[in-house]
Write a protein that binds this ligand. Structure first.
Ligand SMILES: [Zn+2]
Ligand SMILES: [Zn+2]
Length: 342
């Protein structure tokens, strides 16, 4: 069966291989992958910066997917062939302090699909049903593969921020996570303002405007200027940082109101320099948000199924054979979210 694999420890270095289909163990379920999307972390794996040298090729890439159960091991009781599912990206140990505290998504020994272990950019995967969520018939496989990235934002906005209805919220970085973040900010009744740069003006910022969000292009206008023009103030109540661009952190410290909050979602490629005395004097709450838990997944399924979170305009479909094009289009910011059909 086909699998998109990282095969070399360098930029690119991916190939569509033919691999042996897995056989599910007694306590596993065999899932046929329907759709799978490229995550920002897959793009890191593709680029292969030093932060991702822990990846040991050959490894099947990917963790965002939807699929259907086709076979169950003899000890599995909760799933039957035909069940429509999504798969959680992180496999945890169940024994460490984080797991025992219930924070299994930050397990001390975690293992991310498509990174530390084989992922889901393939036709069939054998998984423990603990990693599965059933999805309703009304939620298409095409939409359901975006449950995972959506759940990153149910976690960030609902669990890891102080954002309240009526707040003005800056979402820095108009990539797929930023566009989902802005929608989630709207879900809680706050007003998102999406921030990008010139290179986002081709696709991403226009898309944010299509969603009805105010945008700021910091290549042409400063954030306080733009805020003043539209809102008569130079600060926001909260920031959701989704760009991972190190210089933006100092900017967010300056534009968030005293007593406000910043939620860091993007992973920074390099160390960040910032004047943290600013943050202390303003008594800012700085949250980080990583991954998601079971509840975040369930909420994301519900929000996508009800059409509260929209994904259609963000995606473009690719065959697995065109994986390099899919990655390059995402890197060139031509397509917010490439989706493979397996
Ligand atoms: Zn993801
Ligand atoms: Zn653990």
């Amino acid at each position: 069966m086909k699998a998109i694999r990282k095969i070399e420890r360098k930029h690119g270095g991916i190939r569509v291989d033919n691999i042996e289909p897995p056989t599910p163990k007694e306590d596993e379920v065999l899932v046929e992958i329907k759709n799978a999307s490229i995550c920002g972390s897959d793009i890191h794996a593709y680029h292969f910066p030093p932060t991702h040298h822990f990846i040991q090729p050959p490894v099947t890439m990917g963790h965002e997917c939807s699929g259907q159960v086709v076979e169950v091991g003899k000890n599995v009781t909760d799933y039957i062939p035909g069940d429509r599912v999504v798969i959680e990206p992180i496999v945890n140990c169940g024994k460490c302090e984080s797991c025992l505290k219930g924070n299994y998504y930050i397990c001390n020994n975690f293992n991310i699909r498509g990174m530390h272990r084989d992922g889901i950019f393939t036709e069939r995967v054998a998984v423990n049903p603990k990693s599965l969520h059933k999805i309703p018939d009304t939620l298409s496989f095409e939409k359901a593969c975006l449950v995972e990235p959506t759940s990153v934002l149910t976690h960030a906005i609902l669990d890891r921020s102080d954002i309240k209805a009526g707040d003005l919220v800056l979402v820095t970085g108009p990539g797929p996570i930023g566009l989902l973040a802005a929608q989630m900010v709207k879900v809680v009744g706050a007003e998102p303002i999406v921030v990008g740069v010139d290179s986002d003006e081709d696709v991403r910022l226009p898309l944010a405007r299509e969603f009805g969000f105010q945008t700021i292009n910091t290549s042409v206008q400063t954030i306080p200027e733009a805020l003043n023009e539209k809102h008569g103030r130079e600060t926001v109540h909260a920031v959701v940082e989704c760009s991972g661009a190190p210089p933006i952190f100092q900017t967010t410290l300056e534009v968030v109101v005293k007593g406000g909050s910043i939620t860091l979602v993007g992973l920074f490629a390099n160390p960040v320099e910032a004047n943290l005395s600013n943050a202390v004097r303003k008594e800012l709450s700085i949250y980080t948000s990583f991954s998601q838990d079971w509840v975040n997944f369930e909420r994301a399924i519900k929000l996508l199924d009800e059409g509260v979170i929209q994904t259609e305009k963000m995606v473009a479909y690719y065959q697995p054979e065109d994986a390099v094009d899919a990655f390059e289009d995402a890197i060139a910011k031509k397509v917010p979210k490439p989706v493979f059909s397996f």
